[in-house]
Design a protein around this ligand. Sequence first.
Ligand SMILES: [Zn+2]
Length: 224
Amino acid sequence: MSELNLILLGPPGAGKGTQAGRLVEDFDLPYYATGDILRTAVKNETELGRAAKQNMDRGELVPDDVITGVIGERVDSAEARDGFILDGFPRTIPQAEALDRMLGELDRRLTAALLIDAPDEEVIRRLSGRRICVQDQHLYHLDFDPPKHDGKCDRDGSRLIQRDDDKPETIKRRLEVYHEQTHPLIDYYEQAALLRRFDGCRTQAEVHDHIRATLATLRLESEL
Ligand SMILES: [Zn+2]
């Protein structure tokens, strides 16, 4: 069976995390989300964590070579032999080129860049409706998954709050950063004929079916 070496692109709130979870189940692939990897490293105070924390404490981005090194190790690990799903990497063209180089050295290549897209106004609607409980971070959504009692967690009764990340001003800023960073990557993968687009406004099940069908076709093509 051929490998599935995938990256996920898309704005916050378009359902990337959900689709990643389904792909992990469908294809038994490891999922490497840069944000999670860094948070865990900081928490466990690993060498990477300490380096990353220094940068973050200074309000700087974690340098390309640090992130690239971490992703390189994961991609080259035994669990990623049949493929992987990257989320949050690459974020820049140099990172994308580094990934191509690392895969090339392993005699592998990217299978596809999956873009789960949604317009800004939909992203704002989805994210600004999120609420989270102060006790255990249980998630709710005012439109899609409201609590039984206003402002209270169904499971532990604790207060529901809106995270700073989910406030409209913050979402708009995140979207600006997202567009600025991601448009060059979309062009990069489009030129490499690796970009596959999915409509994040559809239901999660529809997006999932579309992604599976696309990957099945890509696998068939690569086996010819
Ligand atoms: Zn709760």
